[in-house]
Design a protein around this ligand. Structure first.
Ligand SMILES: [Zn+2]
Ligand SMILES: [Zn+2]
Length: 383
């Protein structure tokens, strides 16, 4: 419970409280007036975080609405921040830049040549989103996205390592003006939106997938049970009705009517039960942005000339000395999270392999970055 106690202690200190740690695993809080009113506390309050509570303390834990209440105190503070990452020593030298590129690049239909490597700064963007998936059960979680705004690369691969480095370094360094300038401009809202939406959708889908699978299993199980139960009733009623087929007279007529009604009722109930299931298992997923960090990091920028037939195009990739990793190349179409890229003939777009794949209808390959909505030859719409 140490992390929660530290968090609560920091939030309450920011709100002007005097805090003292007490044993076992507790805090004694001298709360100022506005905080007292918001939390409904007396001036002096004791909070306990462990299984064993200090005398006279209120238990605080992850359950209940404690996190929401402390979160409300924070408001919008801490949602957005800028930070500069400092390397512990001199930037490591790159001895074999081509070899690094060999691992980073895969251009099946083009060749490339390294032009230049230069040290500089870039702006990385780390964004956190909370998703909530609700059906018969609820699943919540966080998804982090990472981009290099200087090159356009997706850096999801090693963004967690960047975050770890930051968490391990207590000194919060605001970006120097010259670093900010060297790192270049941030993305504007339309670019941000265009880049975030598809990647976020992809990542949330991956996160929710195991939840969906178990949900489908429960749905199948319930559906089979309902099917079996009503199927048995139905067969029984049908048999009774069949047995009455040869009989005549008023009693037989009434029995027939009763069994016919029973069959109709069973069918109605079956349909209603299936409707209930559909309703219970309907999945609603909501996603909200919770936090963003603009991170200024030192990089080694690789300028690479990509050649396809008679055309050529310059691209940039950064090697990140802080994690000693090369980012994937930028992509004009697709998520850009893998390393393989194809180059189009028309405008030399660099796309994920799917961006140049054959049309499912006429079989001709075409560039989705040049023609995003439909196949040029047969007009088949992209899915
Ligand atoms: Zn086509
Ligand atoms: Zn193209």
């Amino acid at each position: 419970m140490g992390a929660l106690r530290d968090f609560v202690s920091e939030v309450l200190e920011m709100e002007g409280s005097a805090i003292e740690a007490i044993e076992p695993d507790g805090l004694e809080v001298l709360a100022p007036e506005p905080l007292r009113a918001v939390m409904g506390w007396p001036e002096l309050v004791r909070l306990g975080f462990g299984a064993e509570l200090p005398a006279g303390s209120t238990a605080v834990g992850f359950e209940g609405d404690w996190l929401d209440r402390f979160g409300a105190l924070l408001g919008d503070r801490g949602r957005w921040a800028e930070r500069q990452l400092a390397l512990p020593g001199a930037a490591p030298r790159i001895h074999f830049p081509e070899r690094l590129l060999d691992h980073a690049l895969d251009f099946p239909n083009a060749v490339w040549r390294l032009q230049e490597v230069s040290a500089g700064w870039t702006r990385c963007l780390l964004l956190a989103f909370r998703y909530t998936a609700v059906s018969d059960e609820k699943r919540e979680g966080l998804v982090w996205l990472g981009f290099n705004q200087g090159t356009g690369a997706v850096i999801d691969d090693f963004a967690p390592r960047l975050r770890e480095l930051l968490a391990g370094d207590a000194d919060w360094q605001a970006p120097d003006p010259e670093v900010r300038k060297a790192a270049g401009p941030a993305w504007d809202a339309p670019v941000l939106d265009r880049r975030v939406q598809p990647l976020l959708q992809h990542r949330v889908r991956l996160e929710v997938e195991p939840f969906l699978r178990t949900m489908r299993r429960r749905l199948d199980r319930d559906r089979n049970r309902i099917h079996q139960y009503h199927g048995d009733l139905h067969v029984l009623a049908q048999r009774k009705l069949a047995a009455l087929a040869g009989s005549t007279g008023e009693k037989a007529d009434n029995d027939r009517k009763r069994e016919t009604l029973r069959i109709a009722t069973i069918e109605r109930e079956y349909a209603a039960k299936l409707g209930d299931l559909r309703h219970n298992y309907a999945l609603r997923v909501s996603v909200e942005w919770v936090q963003g960090l603009e991170l200024f990091v030192p990089v080694q920028r690789f300028q690479v000339l990509v050649k396809r037939r008679k055309g050529e195009k310059l691209i940039h990739l950064d090697w990140h000395p802080s994690v000693r990793l090369m980012e994937p190349p930028p992509s004009d179409w697709g998520l850009g999270i893998t390393r393989s890229r194809l180059v189009c003939d028309e405008q030399l777009h660099i796309t994920d392999p799917g961006g140049q794949s054959p049309c499912p209808s006429c079989g001709k390959a075409w560039c989705r970055a040049c023609h995003p909505t439909a196949c040029r030859r047969c007009g088949q719409a992209t899915t």
